[in-house]
Structure formats: C-alpha cells, structure tokens
Design a protein around this ligand. Structure first.
Ligand code: SF4
Length: 364
C-alpha cells in the first residue's frame, strides 16, 4: 500500500558545484507547464492503491515556483489521490526565495513543513559551497517560516574543503539560537563530474582528512544532543516528535510513488526511476506512458540487504543475532536490538559493508 508521494521540481537558479541531482537552470518547459505535466503523470497512477500519510515536494528547488503553483500541485494531487489522511506536507525551499508572505501562503495551502537548504550559516561555508544566499538571509528565512507556523528543517553540509571545527561551531551556535524543529547535517560527498567533487578528487582542493572529519562529526552530534535534539538517523536530528515522517517511509521500505522528471519511487517491490531528461519526460507523459527510465525488481535477498543497510542508519537498530561478536564494540542496545554507537555513525558505511558480508556468508 502506497503511503507517500514524492514530487520532483527540477528548477534551480544556478547549479551548486557539489550537487549531482537532476536540475535545470534553463528549461524548455515553464514552471506552469511543468505543473500541468506533473498532474497528468499523477493521473497515470490513479488506480494505485494508497493510504497516504505524507507528501514531499523536493528538487531541484521547489521554491523557484510561486506558492500558488505549489498549491496547485497539492490541489491537483487531491483530485487524483485521497489526501485526507496525509499528516505531513513538506516543501524544500532555498533561503533566498521566500519571505513571510510566501510561507503564510504555503501554510494556508496545507503545507506543514519546510526544509530549508541553508547548508551553512558562515560566509566561508556558503562561498566554498557556491550558494547564493547570505548568512543573514538564511536566518531570516528560518525565522519567517517558523513564525508562519511551519515546522522547519535546516539542511547543513559539513566536511567541505577548509572547514575548521570553529566554522561548524558557528553553524551550531545559530542552530542553538534559532531552534528549528529539525536539522539534517550531511557529510559532503565529492561526486565525480561535479565541479567541486572533481577538484577534491583530483587533489586541486583538499577536503578535511579522516581525523578532522571525525572531530567535526563528534562536535556535531555532541552539540546537537546538548541543545536537545535527538538523532534518529545517521544525518537527521529532531526535537522529540518532530522527525520527518516522509523520510521514515524510505528508511522502513514502505511504498511510495515518485512523480516528476528523475523522481524515484518504490512500488510492489520495484524501485523505479523516472527518466533524467525533461524532453523525454514530457513526451512520455503526454503520450500517456509512465516516464520510467529504470526499474529494478528487488529479490528477497536484495530486500534483506537493503533492510539491513537502511536499518543501520536508524537509531532503532537491528536484531542482535545479525551482529557478530567481533563487531559488538561498535554497537549499543537499542529499541529493536543493537544500533551503531553514535560516535561510530561516521563509519556506518564501513560497518554496514562488513555486516553484509558476515550475514550473506552466514545465510549460505
Ligand atoms: S544543491 Fe539544490 S539548489 Fe543547488 S543545484 Fe542542487 S538541487 Fe539546485
């Protein structure tokens, strides 16, 4: 049963140098036309059984659209799907796009949550990450959204070239002052083919070394804990009860429909990805075909591995019998068995890989 809808809005004002999402600065399709096409695509899923709990508009930059267009998406979706049991409607926004008036319009249109792509509250961080807003603008955006009765997530990136603990400290001081409901903090991934990623991978720019990353990670989780946030996933912290319900659907392998160019979905054990080309996307929808570019049916074994991988990201943990004795030092008791200790969450990928090998060997 489908519990979530994800809608991808591909427009951006400029490409950030670290980003590998599908997004368009110039588009042959206007935002208004894109909304029309999206709703036509939604119609292709009309017969899919749903009991929807969450709706998430991500990107790209959804706030490149006017609040009226975002409202039109929600309203159009409500004509295709039953949204009466939806508890959380999130939209990703960039700090430079909206002020109080726009946030109020979003709240009036039924949005409950805004995820702000702040990335850093320091001039240095914003400059390395190629963002166009200022620290002041980011603070204003958080305050405006909060005062509009929206639950606010602040996205941060750490581990960028040149970042010192003092820079992260500065970000966390602002978080302590603003106290948004939710904080996501992602370790910068240097993706091949992105301008910043290529510079790091070729050595032209130096990313923080392992020790520095560990220091930054320690500072991050300890300080957020002191301020009162609960870490519930490797990169996500929330005030109690303010966790993101939509992302939980991904991590617990619930079904969701992905709409929009390059969107991902998960239906009947199939992970599917829409085409990453706006023209191909539009042509497919207009000819009445779901614009799916790739799809993979997960076997029981795939599902088990994915389940372990996702569960290890969460603080709820995995059953004890899946963790061999020689790895127990990395784990601590959790609600559903054992979870990776907070200080070792930075090593989650390595721990997960070892655990997968152990468990696939153990099951042969
Ligand atoms: S990081 Fe966000 S705003 Fe920047 S290019 Fe990627 S999707 Fe667009």
């Amino acid at each position: 049963m489908v519990k979530g809808l994800y809608v991808h809005i591909p427009f951006c004002s400029k490409r950030c140098p670290y980003c590998d999402f599908y997004s368009l600065v110039e588009s042959p399709v206007s935002p208004e036309e894109y909304v029309d096409i999206l709703l036509k695509e939604a119609d292709l899923y009309r017969d899919t059984p749903t009991r929807l709990e969450t709706l998430y508009l991500g990107g790209g930059t959804p706030s490149r659209l006017r609040p009226e267009d975002l409202s039109r998406i929600v309203e159009g979706l409500s004509r295709v799907f039953d949204l009466s049991s939806v508890e959380e409607v999130t939209v990703e926004c960039n700090p430079e796009d909206y002020g109080k008036e726009e946030f109020r319009k979003l709240r009036d249109a039924g949005f409950t949550r805004v995820s702000l792509g702040v990335q850093s509250f320091t001039e240095k961080g914003l400059s390395v990450l190629g963002r166009t807003h200022t620290p002041q603008r980011a603070i204003e955006a958080v305050l405006s959204a909060m005062s509009s009765d929206l639950s606010v997530n602040v996205d941060l990136i750490y581990g960028y070239p040149g970042q010192e603990p003092g820079d992260l400290e500065a970000d966390l001081k602002v978080i302590e002052y603003l106290r948004p409901d939710h904080v996501s903090a992602y370790l910068l991934t240097p993706y091949e083919g992105t301008p910043l990623g290529s510079k790091i991978l070729t050595g032209e720019l130096k990313a923080p070394d392992e020790d520095r990353i560990r220091d930054l990670h320690d500072l991050l989780w300890r300080r957020l804990k002191d301020i009162g946030y609960v870490r519930y996933e490797i990169s996500n912290w929330a005030k109690p009860g303010k966790e993101c319900k939509h992302n939980f659907l991904y991590w617990t392998m619930e079904e969701f429909v992905g709409l929009g160019v390059s969107a991902w979905g998960f239906l009947e054990s199939v992970r599917y990805g829409n085409v990453r080309n706006i023209k191909a996307y539009v042509d497919s929808v207009l000819s009445g075909r779901r614009p799916v570019g790739v799809s993979v049916k997960l076997s029981e074994e795939d599902k088990f591995e994915e389940w372990i991988m996702l569960r290890l990201r969460l603080r709820t943990g995995i059953p004890e019998n899946l963790v061999p004795d020689h790895m127990r030092e990395f784990f601590e008791p959790a609600e559903e068995g054992l979870a990776i200790k907070e200080e070792f969450m930075i090593l989650a990928n390595e721990i997960t890989a070892d655990l997968m090998v152990y468990n696939s060997i153990g099951r042969r």
